[in-house]
Design a protein around this ligand. Sequence first.
Ligand code: PHE
Length: 500
Amino acid sequence: MVKLACSTALFWALPTNIRPLIRIAYLSQRRAYSQSKCSTRKQLTIAGVDYPTDSWTNVPRAILSNYGRKLHISQHHPLAITRQLIESRFVGFKNHNNLPGVVTVDQNFDSLGFAPDHPGRSKTDTYYVNESTLLRTHTTAHERDIFRDNQSDGWTLAADVYRRDAVDRSHYPIFHQMEGALTWHRPNFSSRDACLDAIKDSLRKLPKHDLAVEDPNPPFHPDHNPLQEKYHSPEEAEAVGAHLKRSLEDVVVTIFTEADKALASAGQASSTEQEPLKVRWVEAFFPHTSPSWELEVWWRGDWLEVLGCGVIDQPLLIRANQPDRIGWAFGIGLERIAMLLFGIPDIRLFWSKDERFLRQFRAADPYKRFQPFSKHPAAPRDVAFWLPASAQGPVVADTPASNSSAPSPAGGQRTETVKAGVEPVFHENDLMEVVRMIAGDAVEDVKLIDDFTHPKNQRRSLCYRVEYRSLERTLTAEEVNAMHEQVCSELVGRFNVEIR
Ligand code: PHE
């Protein structure tokens, strides 16, 4: 078993110029985390506002240090350029881009019809400020309020969102989403049929494209993608769905045309990338839309999920005091789009303050391929441990099953989750959090490489590979060893596991 004392000795053996780096990151995180665990921190201050803490509090300090950076509205930032490109396809929509990320559980879940035991609510998936307040997990958290304010028929909303998640090159606990919605107010028309005609008319006027679209499913399906028959006629749902799909296909054509141009001008277009663009619609489920879909794009030889969308759940509009509106909504993850638009290979780069990154993007000449400025060596270290022998309850350790190219549509990885309120024996997201707490942005990837149950005593052992790599400099072996020792001892201390 690794002891903390041993790691401390190792720490003091490190060169003096390295110690502060590890110590600051580690000690402050450790304090924040352990305090939040025991909820001795009486309050948490976020953007100048004090929030009482309780047994739900689990927001680490590293997250808060990036809170409020507003990358999506920073001039010349690739996420801001991506946001503007999408906004440009929704002419006349009001753009909301400055909504604070601390929201209530009511906004993030209840107002959207999330079931009380929905896994998204669990502490393993979500950063709670306290029992009733959290860091929004999606931009949908603002839908009800924006519908209620009723400032425009069409709107978009871009913002930072927060999820406890896997560690790899396309997942970061903070990322950005863009939400969009369009509704029609039936009383504005002489009859319900006139409203339906207006939707169809608007659909006819949307830009045409010659994109290959696979859409094998019916407009709705009683079992797996139901019409809201209490509120919508089949024709209405079909027209709204068609309008939604065409609008989003237009966005995808715009994005990928720019990505292709950037590739061609960088002389990087290969035969796979020159394949004609194709997309497909896949049935989906969201508590706040029905029917619902995801849009996937064929990109570099793989189907890539880019967004989730659907016909807005009418009870949600009723809760927003808009019972007479009907319409669609979508949510799209901005990092994923920006990564392929600019060829950005690692999601951590978006947070870089390094001029070598930032100066490559200019709003006036926006879609240029990113030129990597350095690649420092990776330092892999494994950690294998036995799960506690006596503990009963769920174990979530499924990275290989949910591979990182299958995240949820608007960003974030779909891990196997436990129902809210169920306390897991071990949850992979907690391990990810420990690694981030200690290594910060010096970790690139964490994955399960072995899962073994002893045939005799039935004890289960897991082995994770932690890939340390800094984007800014080469890590020394001592530094990596010290971080890894800390990871091991934290795992022992927190989850009662036994290092093998
Ligand atoms: N909220 C969904 C997510 O985070 C995305 C979405 C938004 C889906 C709006 C449908 C409508 O994955």
